[in-house]
Design a protein around this ligand. Sequence first.
Ligand code: IPM
Ligand code: MG
Length: 360
Amino acid sequence: MKYRIASIKGDGIGPEIVTQAQKVLNAVGVKYGHEFEFVELLMGGCSIDKYGIPLTDETIDEARKSDAVLMGSIGGDTNTSPWYKLEPGKRPEAGLLGIRKALNLFANLRPAYLYPELKEACPLKEEVASKGFDMMMMRELTGGLYFGERYTKEINGVLTAVDTLSYNEDEIRRIAVKGFDIAMKRRKKLTLIDKANVLDSSRLWRKVTEEVAADYPEVEYGVMLVDNCAMQLVKDPAQFDVVLTENMFGDILSDEASMITGSIGMLPSASLNETRFGLYEPSGGSAPDIAGKNIANPIATILSAAMMLRYSFDLDKEADAIEDAVKKVLKEGFRTGDIALEGQNSVKCDEMGDLIAERI
Ligand code: IPM
Ligand code: MG
């Protein structure tokens, strides 16, 4: 089969890591007889530099015309980059939020799995790390605080900033259904994370998710407050299977979940809409401090490509091949700098890409 993939390499380490994922996809194509065509598109800071805005209609249209989107990362150093002198709606991040909204990518899946080989890189206590963990963070991606009304103005002579957190029941139901469907294919456990002891929006999440849970009697359903969840993630991450939550909580908790896997450079993600279409990107940022040095970890992006094969193209065997190749290189002891232990040799970003591609 031939697949058309919109490739948004973006800023910082984005181009380096996406190039490695493309390399691995090409190896999959050769081995399994598929053709992956990459259409290179601009978004984020590189789009600002060329067009003055972080996301053009052309990028949105081309992405829509593709079978899936493979993305690197966008943004720069918020203290020094000229992009952050622009008004907020014209900064790189606005491009990312814009494409999520334009393509209706409401379900963000971030699987956090501790590879046994990386136990030493896990910052948790040995007795916690040795139990391992394998969870799917499901973050709502097109609602809540990220997309509510916001403004800053003087009210009675006092400068006041307002952000609005709102969800309607339909937005909650559609991701809850996806969450339970995924739980059915995993260990059949789903935990809703909220702040229902304070927020009305969280109380609606509980009500709607409980209704959806009734349709999935086989799934063990539970709720947990977000502050407790932040604590449980470092105390006993093995207890989690599917973790369902709203946009802002999911942003914060998924970084925490990624760090306990050893490095944010290990965490892939998929952002899906109602169809099979999706945008696939590593959960980490553009890391401007190490950009262009060929030392970034491309594994999260390579694993995101595997998620693309699985969720958008239904190519399970090919996705398995990528995930197995990653396991193999880790087992053989290859590490990028972020997951290497002190004194351990590390390989460069492009070498890691080669090693994984060779093992497909
Ligand atoms: C993420 C990132 C983005 C977010 C930023 C870059 C706007 O942190 O994908 O988690 O907050 O969603
Ligand atoms: Mg984030």
